[in-house]
Design a protein around this ligand. Structure first.
Ligand SMILES: NC(=O)c1ccc[n+]([C@@H]2O[C@H](COP(=O)([O-])OP(=O)(O)OC[C@H]3O[C@@H](n4cnc5c(N)ncnc54)[C@H](O)[C@@H]3O)[C@@H](O)[C@H]2O)c1
Length: 367
């Protein structure tokens, strides 16, 4: 297949610092058009990447026959509306998380995709981190062989910190023009009391990553259920107990002025664990660190008689060891469009994340 001709919507931070440089670097992708409401900003970024056409909003891309697919990064609820219109026009879409701020919004987006046949990938970059791939594969192998017993517990911890890691290139262009309105309220769950709108969106947009990663590591599909919620009055700090495909899982959340990024995920088996630490998100070419612990029958007699146990703790080096999850997700999108292979983070799968966050807040607010 020919190169994928990509249109990009929005020239904000994620576009400039992450997605545009990544897509521009892929040999099988050609940036053919850009859409940005703030024309001065759009013109600067158009020049930087030598992109042939600039539209004043995403609708320009919908009618451009030379655009095969569209990537979107914009404010939380707005980007879902943009994605829905792009899908309805038959354009394949790569969009930032969260896919939607309510199940109703997510279902409307998925209905547009089904109606036109255009495909939707959500940019859950953690699924494309080489360290997380190693964790996923190790967990799957141990579960299939049963060699370390069953999975007894999982834990996701995310206290945040500095996700930008001092990124300074490419330089960030700004605009004196006001950003366009980004309505949120009308897309929120109808049952959510309005005083909780901000807290709900902050919590959802942050921890959707962790819930999505847990479902990936445990191959859980949509088998996830909220068991217990204990949050502070900020609607952010606390702990949630989930059932992720039969595994008791805790989601520990909070915010910290940490200079790095305090996020780790651990999967416990009866006789071992796999543990992964996320890099600060914008630290280019750093992968999650992975620790693997296992205890095996050694075959030799133990100190107190009976069978001895051999304990092994390893720091596996994921491959490709110097790689960036965001770049690999962009390459995955382009490759899947060219080959027809399924996305690793499709829109249909992300519905389970949106539903989980509605359930967490509904449980917490006893609605
Ligand atoms: N995956 C991650 O690690 C990660 C990290 C940070 C942010 N995000 C996600 O990225 C998104 C925010 O991205 P950002 O910070 O770059 O946003 P931003 O608000 O800085 O930029 C959005 C741009 O889109 C433009 N725009 C708005 N509506 C438009 C339209 N209809 N047509 C054309 N242009 C339009 C605005 O003028 C603005 O320049 C959020 O959804 C957030 O969840 C993801």
């Amino acid at each position: 297949m020919e190169k994928i001709r990509l249109g990009y919507v929005g020239c904000g931070m994620m576009a400039q610092r992450v997605h545009l440089p990544n897509f521009a670097s892929l040999p099988d992708c050609e940036l053919v058009a850009l859409a940005e409401v703030r024309r001065d900003l759009g013109a600067k970024i158009q020049r930087r990447y030598n992109i042939p056409r600039l539209y004043s909003d995403h609708r320009g891309l919908l009618e451009d026959p030379e655009v095969d697919a569209i990537a979107v990064s914009a404010p939380f609820a707005l980007q879902g509306e943009i994605a829905r219109e792009c899908l309805a026009a038959g354009k394949h879409v790569f969009m930032e998380k969260p896919m939607a701020v309510s199940v109703a919004q997510a279902e409307a987006i998925l209905a547009a995709s089904r109606a036109s046949g255009a495909r939707l990938m959500i940019a859950y970059m953690k699924r494309y981190d080489a360290g997380n791939e190693l964790v996923h594969d190790t967990v799957a192998r141990w579960r299939a062989s049963g060699e370390l017993g069953r999975v007894v517990y999982a834990r996701a911890h995310g206290f945040c910190g500095d996700w930008t890691a001092g990124i300074d290139l490419p330089p960030l262009e700004t605009s004196d023009e006001p950003a366009p309105a980004a309505p949120t309220e009308e897309h929120l769950p109808s049952w959510l009391p309005r005083q909780w709108s901000r807290a709900y969106v902050s919590y959802l947009q942050q921890y959707t990553h962790n819930v999505n990663l847990l479902r990936f590591i445990l191959d859980a599909g949509e088998r996830i259920r909220v068991k217990h919620v204990d949050l502070d009055a900020d609607g952010y700090t606390g702990v949630v107990i989930l059932d992720v495909d039969g595994v008791r899982t805790t989601l520990e959340t909070g915010s910290l002025r940490y200079f790095r990024w305090d996020e780790h995920t651990q999967i416990y088996f009866e006789r071992g664990w796999v543990h992964t630490w996320a890099p600060p998100l914008l630290l280019r070419n750093a992968v999650a660190e992975v620790e693997i612990y296992r205890s095996d029958e050694s075959g030799a007699p133990g100190a107190l008689g009976g069978q001895g146990v051999q304990h092994t703790l390893t720091r596996a080096i994921p491959e490709p060891r110097w790689s960036w999850a965001y770049k690999r997700e962009a390459a995955h999108f382009v490759e899947c469009l060219r080959s027809g292979a399924p996305f690793r983070s499709p829109g249909e799968d992300a519905l389970a994340d949106v539903r989980t966050f509605e359930d967490i807040f509904r449980t917490w607010l006893q609605m």
